[in-house]
Design a protein around this ligand. Sequence first.
Ligand SMILES: [Zn+2]
Length: 141
Amino acid sequence: MQDHDKSGIYKLICKTCNRAYIGQTSRNLTFRYREHIRYIKNDDPQSSYALHNLQNIHEYGSLKDTMSLLKPIHKTSMLIPYEQLLSQTFHHNRNLIPEQNCGEQNPLFLLATALHSHLPTTALNARSAQTSPDLATLELT
Ligand SMILES: [Zn+2]
């Protein structure tokens, strides 16, 4: 199965400024792409992607060139959390179109950030665990 026939989280790039819109669909990417383009053609900004293109007079590209699957998802309940996580990541890296509101900080995003900053602590814990058998030996002698 091609990526464009799958459901999940996708990235749709603006052809003019190269910034991304992050979306989710429980159907497939091709269907969703056609919807975004129809909003633009009808001057009806029902998505932030359409709003971005209409407001800034930016161009959209072809499905093949501008839309890609970021994460295939089958479980409908996982669509929203992953959409938030990925749009916040793109926003954090300043690659998201400004029209897209990526919402409040997602717990998964905070967890991902926390796991990174806690790496040195984990290393310290591992070292103290190694030294404890030595202490036990000292007490015996
Ligand atoms: Zn743009």
